[in-house]
Design a protein around this ligand. Structure first.
Ligand SMILES: Nc1ncnc2c1ncn2[C@@H]1O[C@H](COP(=O)(O)OP(=O)(O)OP(=O)(O)O)[C@@H](O)[C@H]1O
Length: 464
């Protein structure tokens, strides 16, 4: 059976066994398919003893009390319960039915996490619930990708922009077509390319990346197409297999495609167009069974217009273009992404940081020019530097350059101002800010590279 096979996947089991949460999976009749270490520990039976048991029997024996899996099966909907374990500990349990293409329940995934409660604990419940929903989403996604399944249903993220991205990725993944991913830096173009590969029939073969901006032009051709033995003096005597050949049956991801030198663009054209290539020193063209995904944060059309990018290559790459949304355009996903990153760094750094609701609120007011990458880095830094386990808005304010709207307006020229008036207003701002930020005029003058008497004179002028 598909789901039994899926949860016998050793890699998936190893990942789930390392999670600090309890994962319990039952089939559509309520028989245990698999549970992770934490779940087995909590129940007091080994994973082998649990396999194949029915949840009602475990309930009768008082081992599950109540069984959220049974409730989800009976009520055919997601069940969420908070259970009191003792005076200090509670447990949030979520059981989610997973439906097959025919609308029948195929699995129930139950995830639970214990938490300490001191007085009001609504905040921790929300946070844990969000985290649990993320895990369920990821498991669902993994389940949908099981090699034996032919399904186009995918888990989706919260925001409209992310849902639309997920839909496009799902649709495109089953097609052999070349894809062009565009979007600002850090939005997740690499991540999206990988997702397309993982969703596709090619997922058991390689996903290889060539970053067109970092590889020297002289090596590009041999990296991509390889060379035959004796192709040129100094060449490896056995020849070299290029990325195109290594990606056979899989996906070749050409990152930062706009950086590809003009001369190389012609060579790539043939590969993109006919899926053929010529290893250096060879006279025989080879055929490649690869899917090409290219990405750029530049406007290729403008580059074509300025003759910096070949129009024929642009049209070949631009069969399907997907614009990956900025983080600003998918702000609704920010809390979930933030919790995921905190969880990731907690595991990496063996700590127990958590985000306060106010901290999340603060993050939604930031402009995120570096998108998801910037969010990930900011969270990593606060996970390392925050003094308390609960991350506060102040922790982020230290890490991110929040621009004060009044401050940024101060640097815009008013229509009615002359240039000298505008420059004087900027100078006033800079001088008074330096006076505020430093303990004395000597330090403030030094920070602006001016003498102390000049600085003090300007302060007197602008303070009046
Ligand atoms: N949907 C997502 N969920 C979780 N992490 C993500 C997601 N999208 C991107 N990331 C993470 O954000 C970081 C930046 O993503 P990625 O490298 O894919 O961006 P990019 O658009 O290719 O950036 P660049 O244009 O600079 O190459 C990576 O660490 C990636 O794992």
């Amino acid at each position: 059976m598909q789901y039994n096979q899926l949860f016998q996947n050793k890699r998936l089991q190893a990942v789930l066994d390392q999670l600090p949460i309890s994962v319990f999976v039952a089939d559509h009749e309520g028989f245990v398919v698999w549970n992770n270490h934490i779940s087995a520990e909590g129940i007091g039976l080994s994973q082998a003893e649990m396999a194949g048991k029915h949840v009602s029997d475990l309930e009768k024996q008082g081992i599950l009390n109540p069984s959220v899996t049974r409730l989800a099966l009976e009520q055919k909907k997601q069940i969420t319960r908070v259970q009191v374990i003792n005076e200090h500990l509670k447990q949030l349990m979520v059981a989610k039915p997973i439906y097959n293409e025919d609308g029948q329940i195929e699995l129930i995934i139950s995830i639970s996490q214990q938490f300490e409660h001191i007085g009001q604990d609504d905040e921790s419940i929300d946070e844990i619930n969000d985290l649990i929903q993320t895990y369920i989403l990821e498991l669902h996604r993994f389940y949908m990708q099981a090699p034996s399944r032919e399904s186009n249903k995918r888990a989706v993220t919260k925001s409209k922009a992310a849902k639309s991205l997920e839909q496009k990725v799902t649709r495109i993944s089953s097609l052999p077509s070349t894809v062009l991913l565009t979007g600002e830096t850090g939005v997740g173009k690499n991540y999206t390319a990988r997702t397309i590969h993982d969703y596709s029939q090619r997922r058991s073969n390689s996903f290889l990346t060539l970053n067109c901006s970092t590889i020297p032009e002289s090596l590009l051709e041999s990296e991509l197409f390889g060379y035959v033995k004796g192709a040129f003096s100094g060449a490896n005597s056995t020849g070299k297999t290029g990325l195109v050949q290594m990606a056979e049956g899989g996906t070749l991801f050409l990152d930062e495609i706009a950086e590809l030198p003009y001369a190389m663009q012609a060579k790539l054209l043939e590969l993109v167009q006919d899926k053929t290539f010529l290893p250096i020193g060879s006279t025989e063209k080879r055929r490649a069974d690869i899917r090409i995904i290219a990405a750029t944060n530049q406007n290729l059309e403008t580059l074509v217009h300025h003759k910096q990018f070949r129009s024929d290559l642009y049209y070949r790459l631009n069969v399907f273009q997907i614009e990956v949304p900025t983080l600003k355009e998918r702000l609704e996903d920010l809390p979930l992404l933030a919790y995921q990153f905190v969880q990731k760094f907690n595991e990496e750094y063996h700590q127990q940081k958590k985000l306060s609701r106010e901290a999340i609120e603060t993050l939604t007011h930031y402009s995120w020019p570096g998108n998801i990458r910037e969010l990930q880095h900011a969270i990593e830094r606060v996970c390392v530097f925050a003094e308390n386990d609960t991350i506060s808005p102040e922790d982020f304010k230290k890490e991110l350059q929040f621009t004060d709207p009044e401050q940024s307006l101060a640097f815009e020229k008013h229509e009615s101002e002359t240039l000298s008036q505008f420059l004087e207003r900027i100078e006033k701002n800079v001088i008074l800010q330096a006076a505020d930020e430093h303990r004395n005029s000597r330090e403030a003058a030094k920070s602006l590279g001016m003498s102390q008497p000049t600085f003090s004179r300007r302060v007197r002028k602008y303070e009046t």
